[in-house]
Ligand binder design. Structure first.
Ligand code: DX5
Ligand code: ZN
Length: 218
């Protein structure tokens, strides 16, 4: 069986104490960083200076999720900052193949994300140039929303394409992952689980993370 990866989302952490909040989840495989520009999504969070500071403050690999317009221009900077994975939205990228090349050339894995209403079929060819697929299981923009089980069909399709050798991407899911939903996502074939409120909303974030990992592995 695949070893499930857990990526706590610092969107649900205390932004005034980001270094401590990263230190509160030493078992995290990646630390998920939601970059929102107030245009691609109706919320504004943080940008490159904060990611650069966080990169210096933690040894956990950063998983930057860019919910921004014109990622073609900005994504390589997040790779240069030292992120492990930089994900752009298919709906926002002008030239997704070039973005992937630029991210990889700057030393990071390249991720492609699709919103709940975006069909996977339209992006399978482009995905051949990517390392990770981030399936959104809520409308991007805010933490603490309800999981949308209808996106699991896309996960199953991606899993099948990966397992048959037709795709070589890590399948990641983001939005509403909790003790109530992680098992269905795992059954559908997710490799990496982003969890914001389920980890940072818990009294003990590390324990919550390991509980999710245990459920995902069954
Ligand atoms: C939402 C963000 C998510 C968010 C998930 O647009 O992309 O990463 O932090 O938060 P939860 O796990 O609370 O749904
Ligand atoms: Zn995210």
């Amino acid at each position: 069986a695949r070893a499930p990866m857990i990526a706590p989302s610092i969107l649900s952490a205390d932004f005034a104490r980001l270094a401590e909040e990263a230190a509160a989840v030493p078992g995290a495989d990646w630390l998920h960083v939601d970059v929102m520009d107030g245009h691609f999504v109706p919320n504004l969070t943080l940008g490159l200076p904060v990611v650069e500071a966080l990169e210096r403050a933690t040894a956990i690999p950063l998983d930057c999720h860019l919910m921004i317009n014109d990622p073609d221009r900005w994504a390589p900077g997040y790779a240069e900052a030292g992120s492990r994975n930089v994900t752009v939205h298919a709906e926002a990228a002008h030239d997704p193949r070039k973005v992937s090349r630029d991210i990889r050339a700057a030393g990071a894995l390249a991720g492609l994300s699709i919103k709940p209403g975006t069909p996977l079929e339209d992006w399978i060819e482009v995905l051949r140039d990517y390392d990770t697929l981030l399936v959104m299981s809520v409308e991007p923009g805010f933490g603490g929303q309800k999981f949308m089980p209808e996106v699991l069909d896309k996960v199953r399709t991606a899993r099948r394409l990966v397992d048959t050798g037709h795709l070589n991407v890590l399948v990641e899911i983001d939005g509403g992952i909790s003790r109530d939903t992680v098992e269905q996502a795992a059954e559908a074939g997710v490799d990496c689980f982003v969890a914001g409120s389920a980890v940072y909303g818990a009294d003990d974030p590390e324990q919550a993370l390991e509980a999710l990992r245990g459920q995902a592995a069954r």
